[in-house]
Design a protein around this ligand. Structure first.
Ligand SMILES: Nc1nc2c(ncn2[C@@H]2O[C@H](COP(=O)(O)OP(=O)(O)OP(=O)(O)O)[C@@H](O)[C@H]2O)c(=O)[nH]1
Ligand SMILES: [Mg+2]
Ligand SMILES: [Zn+2]
Length: 325
């Protein structure tokens, strides 16, 4: 067989190429810096470069990374050495190290066999889960997934229902039960400005990321909150699917009032639930956890007909996540 060695040779090349470019920590090099050593915050990522804002000023500057000084997340390879919200150490326009993260939101890549860890944002004080009242339709499953991702990283979440202008008076509000479950809930309209002052107050002075499906109005909201009509790009909805068009393509951190840093993110389907197992899922639904103490012995709170959680608003979301874990 003559083509076998050739194939091996090609495979060898591929393996070597993969080894060369795989972003694994080099032995003995790379460690995450303690937070006190950071002197800048990453605000946007570009290929091989990052925009940062230094602690000494508020203007953006572009930096390269010194690849070899980075520590990467253990066994998994990372898509980029830093993400938006990262605290870094900058020396003469070069990022020489990344500080330990307080928390991070990692995007899931369900179709990839050897997924790269893709952190969307790190070091957040709040996660603003944006949904639309209509156009696109309010989908509780995805909202709950975002809320669980935030809870698993100990990031207090706010559920922000946008496009309240599209609601008819007295119309149904399939999100009203979230307030009863203890979730901070605001109804806003980026279009008319209703409710946006209340939202601004909740995230004033904080690092807050806006996440949610494409087309729910994250960029429109940030334009309104920051009073900057030129910020980012706004997309319509696809006439064919009624869904957003993935207008925002990368996360970007925008300086706001009183030292706020607000992050616009691309419309993504969901975040990976890092560290959440079937056994540890329930506490991320506090109202279900509380009801579960009244439940039948050894109940999995899944399909059991006598389960005390049956009929509660988020039980279906819980069961869907349970099945996916
Ligand atoms: N009626 C109404 N439409 C809105 C409102 N906010 C945003 N829109 C519209 O919704 C569409 C999507 O807005 P974007 O701000 O681009 O949505 P996004 O969440 O940033 O979308 P991606 O960047 O794709 O994730 C645009 O056509 C906006 O004009 C609102 O409060 N009311
Ligand atoms: Mg956008
Ligand atoms: Zn039960």
């Amino acid at each position: 067989m003559i083509d076998e060695p050739e194939e091996e040779w090609i495979q060898g090349l591929k393996v070597r190429a993969r080894r060369k470019y795989a972003k694994r920590p080099l032995k003995g090099r790379g460690r995450q810096l303690p937070p006190a050593e950071g002197n800048a915050t990453v605000v946007e990522i570009f290929p091989n470069q990052a925009a940062v804002v230094r602690d000494t000023g508020r203007s953006r500057g572009l930096c390269n990374y010194r690849m070899r000084s980075f520590a990467f997340g253990g066994a998994s390879r990372e898509r980029s050495p830093v993400c938006v919200g990262d605290r870094v150490r900058v020396e003469v326009d070069v990022i020489v190290g990344r500080c330990e993260r307080r928390n991070q939101l990692v995007r899931s890549a369900p179709n990839s066999r050897d997924p790269l860890l893709h952190a969307v944002a790190a070091n957040l004080d709040r996660l603003v889960v944006v949904a639309a009242a209509l156009d696109p339709e309010f989908t509780p499953g995805i909202v709950d997934r975002f809320l669980v991702a935030a809870s698993a990283q100990s990031i207090p979440a706010i559920l922000c229902v946008n496009k309240s202008d599209l609601l008819s008076p007295g119309g149904e509000r399939p999100w009203s039960h979230y307030a009863r479950a203890g979730v901070e809930l605001v109804e806003v309209s980026a279009l008319g400005g209703e409710g946006t002052d209340a939202l601004a107050e909740l995230i004033r002075g904080k690092a807050a990321a806006f996440c949610g499906h494409s087309g729910v109005g994250k960029t429109s909201l940030l334009r309104r909150l920051l009073g900057d009509e030129s910020l980012g790009r706004i997309g319509g909805l696809s006439a064919a699917t009624g869904m957003g068009k993935h207008t925002t393509t990368g996360a970007v951190m925008l300086p706001g009032p009183a030292g706020s840093f607000w992050i616009d993110t691309p419309g993504i389907m969901n975040f990976t639930l890092v560290g959440v197992t079937r056994e540890s899922l329930l506490p991320h639904f506090p109202e279900l956890r509380d009801a579960a103490v009244r439940c039948i012995p050894d109940c999995l709170h899944d399909a059991e007909t006598d389960c005390a959680l049956r009929g509660m608003p988020r039980h279906l979301s819980y069961r869907q996540l349970l099945a996916a874990l």
